[in-house]
Design a protein around this ligand. Structure first.
Ligand code: ZN
Ligand code: ZN
Length: 260
């Protein structure tokens, strides 16, 4: 059927088989694209029209692919760059495509979903770094914002100032001098709670250390962070080991050095 014939008639709704074949083909191409492997959109289009989409035109298959991009865009997932998301896609069609996408399996795209949650972002970056990213991400020229309620501990400024005063410009982790002078004209060190406040650690000098930014990040992110923590307890007599309590799941402060 030519494009002309198809548009002249009332377009026939796509069957479930047609839809799932398109989604399968789309996901195959997307996987290749994300892995940086070459493929031919025209060839896939042709194969679909020789198989399950025999009654459809090249343009209508292409438009369907753009519909799938629109559904993925809505899910904040990556889409095939050659198929920009269709604009006027009906919500019923979109729902059907989304259902079909989940049916075909789109778990492999989860790590690509943009998030405002610090810990989730961290986990997703780590997951993506396990693979080779084959294409430059589209990103977002205007990242969205989200307002969340966050539980933040009330902290005693004198505890922080006291610990910094004791450190006297020298990191209590690596014993090196603070890397630079802060905006207040004083050596820049960060104060870290060895037992995180989120685990019900105390905000007292016996649970707080002054660290250079490197050592501080190490406490939060390093493979050897538990060992490093033990060394802090061994080397700083002021510290007293506290008993941890589980971190509530809605808190990401545990992993965010700027607040923990
Ligand atoms: Zn240090
Ligand atoms: Zn910290």
């Amino acid at each position: 059927m030519s494009d002309l014939q198809e548009s002249a008639q009332r377009p026939q709704a796509w069957s479930d088989t047609e839809l799932s074949s398109s989604v399968q083909a789309y996901l195959l191409m997307l996987r290749l694209e994300l892995a940086g492997e070459r493929y031919s959109k025209a060839e896939v289009n042709r194969q679909l029209r020789e198989g399950p989409l025999v009654t459809r035109s090249q343009a209508s298959v292409e438009f369907r692919m753009q519909n799938i991009s629109a559904a993925l865009y809505e899910l904040k997932m990556p889409w095939i760059t050659g198929y920009p998301p269709a604009r006027n896609i009906g919500s019923a069609v979109k729902e059907k495509i989304i259902a079909s996408l989940f049916e075909e399996g789109i778990d492999f795209l989860d790590a690509y979903i943009a998030t405002s949650h610090v810990e989730t972002l961290h986990t997703r970056v780590s997951e993506l770094r396990q693979h080779h990213l084959g294409r430059k991400p589209l990103g977002s020229s205007r990242p969205l914002t989200e307002t969340r309620t966050m539980t933040t501990h009330v902290r005693d400024p004198a505890v922080k100032a006291w610990v910094l005063q004791l450190a006297d410009g020298v990191c209590e982790g690596c014993r090196h001098k603070a890397p630079f002078i802060g905006q207040d004209g004083l050596p820049y060190l960060e104060v870290h709670h060895v037992m995180p406040l989120a685990c019900h650690g105390s905000d007292t000098p016996s649970n707080a250390v002054a660290l250079c930014p490197n050592c501080h990040r190490r406490c939060h992110y390093a493979l050897d962070r538990d060992q490093f923590k033990l060394e802090l307890y061994e080397n700083i007599p002021r510290l007293i080991l506290e008993v941890p309590e589980p971190v509530p799941s809605d808190m990401d402060v545990f992993i965010n050095p700027d607040v923990a």
